[in-house]
Design a protein around this ligand. Structure first.
Ligand SMILES: Cc1ncc(C[n+]2csc(CCO)c2C)c(N)n1
Length: 229
């Protein structure tokens, strides 16, 4: 018999290492209630406002990816991701904010909560100091975990048609968004090829920390976290 050795992709290793944390996010009351359509709109509004300021820094993260890209295709894709964050994703947040009576100025001047600061500053530190592989490992949980949520939630037609949360669910469950995520996973695998174990472990650490911060972001929104002093 031919020895069929199936090579494990680095992204499989990343996924395995963070699966538990992602599952805990899916079970978190914020997401469970969002899916059931029972989430208090005030909690969602808080999430949108924090997410808006989060996404400003997140878009910068893609801009750093573009700067660090080794070829024009990669450079173009990271700029496309930056554009889609600023215009598609943040565009939906602006629409939602209007429904909640929140102006664009209010959105942009939202004071980041402790958890938002922790997440965005962690990302930007990786962006400033890390390699392109590190930038990719740090941004990947954000895209990939939202794709999982989108795909999971769009299987529930009531959730997808919900008057308040349906649009949010349809965006993250869309094929376009899924393609972007697949592209990012592919980039991670390509960039990890040939790297020595200590480098791979460093990438895995970024992925794990970003996954934990994703969990913390849901929890922060549910609690409507404030600065203690
Ligand atoms: C805390 C937080 N984490 C992840 C996302 C999702 N997200 C951010 S950028 C991007 C890719 C292209 O826009 C995606 C899917 C979010 N909105 N907020």
């Amino acid at each position: 018999m031919v020895n069929m050795h199936v090579k494990e992709r680095f992204s499989d290793r990343l996924y395995e290492g963070s699966k538990d944390i992602w599952e805990q996010s899916h079970r978190h009351p914020f997401l469970a209630e969002l899916k059931a359509g029972t989430l208090d709109p005030e909690r969602f509004k808080y999430y949108l406002m924090q997410d808006y300021v989060y996404l400003i820094d997140y878009a910068k993260m893609f801009a750093f990816g573009s700067i660090k890209a080794g070829d024009l295709e990669m450079m173009g894709k990271f700029s496309a991701l930056c554009d889609s964050t600023l215009n598609v994703e943040m565009g939906l947040h602006r629409q939602y904010a209007e429904k909640f009576g929140v102006t664009r100025e209010q959105l942009e001047s939202t004071e980041p909560s402790p958890t938002t600061v922790a997440y965005t500053k962690y990302l930007l530190d990786v962006a400033a100091q890390g390699t392109l592989a590190e930038v990719t490992a740090a941004v990947l949980p954000c895209m990939w975990s939202y794709r999982e949520i989108g795909v999971l939630f769009t299987q529930d037609s009531a959730a997808m048609e919900h008057p308040l949360y349906g649009e949010w669910i349809r965006m993250y469950g869309s094929p376009e968004f899924s393609e972007l995520t697949d592209w990012c996973i592919g980039v991670m695998d390509r960039l990890a090829e040939g790297l020595a174990e200590p480098e791979l472990a460093k990438l895995e650490r970024h992925f794990l920390i970003a996954s934990k911060l994703e969990y913390m972001f849901w929890d922060m929104a549910y609690r409507q976290e404030e600065w203690p002093v």
